[in-house]
Design a protein around this ligand. Sequence first.
Ligand SMILES: NC(=O)c1ccc[n+]([C@@H]2O[C@H](COP(=O)([O-])OP(=O)(O)OC[C@H]3O[C@@H](n4cnc5c(N)ncnc54)[C@H](O)[C@@H]3O)[C@@H](O)[C@H]2O)c1
Ligand SMILES: O=C(O)[C@H](O)COP(=O)(O)O
Length: 525
Amino acid sequence: MPKVLISDKMSPLAEKIFKERGVEVDVITGKTKEELAAMIGEYDGLAIRSSTKVTPAILEAAKNLKVIGRAGIGVDNVDVAAATNHGVVVMNTPFGNSITTAEHAIAMMMALVRDIPQANASTHAGKWEKSKFMGMEVTGKTLGLIGAGNIGSVVADRAMGLKMKVVAYDPFLSADRAADLGIKKVDLDELFKVADVITLHTPLTDQTRGIVGKKAFAQMKDGVRIVNCARGGLIDEAALLVALNSGKVAGAALDVFEVEPATENPLFGHDKVICTPHLGASTSEAQVNVALQVAEQMADFLLTGGVTNALNMPSLSAEDAPKLKPYMALAEQIGGFAGQITETSLKRVVIEYEGHVATLNTSPLTAVVLEGLLSPLMSSVNMVNAPIVAKERNIKITESKHDREGDYSTSIRLTVETERGERSIAGTLFANKAPRIIEIDGVRLEAELAPNMLYIINDDKPGFIGALGSLLGHNGVNIATFALGRRVEGQEAVALVAVDQPLQDIVLDQVAALAHVRLAKKLSF
Ligand SMILES: NC(=O)c1ccc[n+]([C@@H]2O[C@H](COP(=O)([O-])OP(=O)(O)OC[C@H]3O[C@@H](n4cnc5c(N)ncnc54)[C@H](O)[C@@H]3O)[C@@H](O)[C@H]2O)c1
Ligand SMILES: O=C(O)[C@H](O)COP(=O)(O)O
């Protein structure tokens, strides 16, 4: 039974779902990174929110970890590249808290323009400062969205409901999508020039870090207001403080901070700044959504191989996973076969899907072929990191699909180009479930792969099969299956022999020394 650790506070629903799905689960929150590193080795899955930092050191210690599930959106607390290198899938729940977070941004904007937190504190203090708090009406004002993805687009919709004009800067926003949303796509300079309120909804990346800084403030309208419910680091906090003090910025509403948990910050205590402690996703509805989604997604992956909302591998629905399962086995065998007979560096890999398999989602199959191919050549490769490992080694990968049937109703062919030349292996499914090898380097045969195989290339001459059978029998090796194929009578032939026990090297040497043998190799599957 797979075992998952929930290391951040999340709805108890996650724990319940894991248990119902047959996944063992521990809920242990608030651990230091050292404590987490000490315990993570026993878990197959790690379910987190934003508090747990998944560093390379944690991943190094996570010897059994297969999946990290983020109950939420941002994965900047996870070293995704390191997770990929360790072959760990990282998934999030991209929609579960978007409406809630958009509502928080709108609430922050309204609180900001009407000084609600300050007026609330003053009134509670019995001051009745009616003339001190003069707000701004939002009707007819321009809201500048930086980032118009899932959350930004909901914010736009709600702001238009408040009769605001909405302009958006998002390099990935198409003109059609902007028109559908009813907003105006602008460049960043234009946004800074026209916006009365600016709200941020992008991830924190090298391109977005400090996107609102000294230069940006200089371009903005006097008295602009800023809302950030996305990520600390998008705004240069030191520059914001200067802009607030000079009066350039009339107020800022911040849910996120450069350093979190934010217990100290130069902006704290400023009378034009309102703050919440990263509460964007904190509604019971959103927390139920993300806990439920993350537990279902992680359980699917651990129990069925289904992949949803992964950031570092192709998606595979829990419905498609069983359909792909026999092909996964075939893809692994074909890749493993090619990997075991490859002795020099790989230059190019071509994977052709023909017939029924071409109608399926083949991305996971390609990842598995690459895993099979690279595993015999290097350590710690799996389907998550195999495409990256191949790319890092400059191996060119080409995939092609033809849904017309060839001689078989479905087949996968792998061709690998190495420094020494080209090799190809093709396979099919027998009765839609059992993998069979149907071709090796253009030689047709039909072979079922077993844990211990002997692969021989020989001259097609009389007496060879008898000699091989006697030699193996003499050494006490029992033959389970024997598949033969040849290119042309009397020329190169191929034998794939399944044997019941691992072949001793000494026996392999004797096979290699038989007359007419060009190559003899042990393979294991
Ligand atoms: N405060 C919270 O509790 C809370 C909750 C949920 C999400 N978030 C954060 O909100 C942000 C937005 O989340 P989302 O779900 O809308 O993400 P999303 O991926 O749906 O949208 C992000 C948008 O940013 C755009 N973008 C990327 N680079 C950009 C750039 N250089 N300039 C302008 N736009 C750029 C993308 O094209 C995309 O449309 C993320 O940072 C997420 O982590 C915060
Ligand atoms: O990216 C997110 O989903 C939000 O920042 C929410 O973070 P949280 O789960 O820690 O509230």
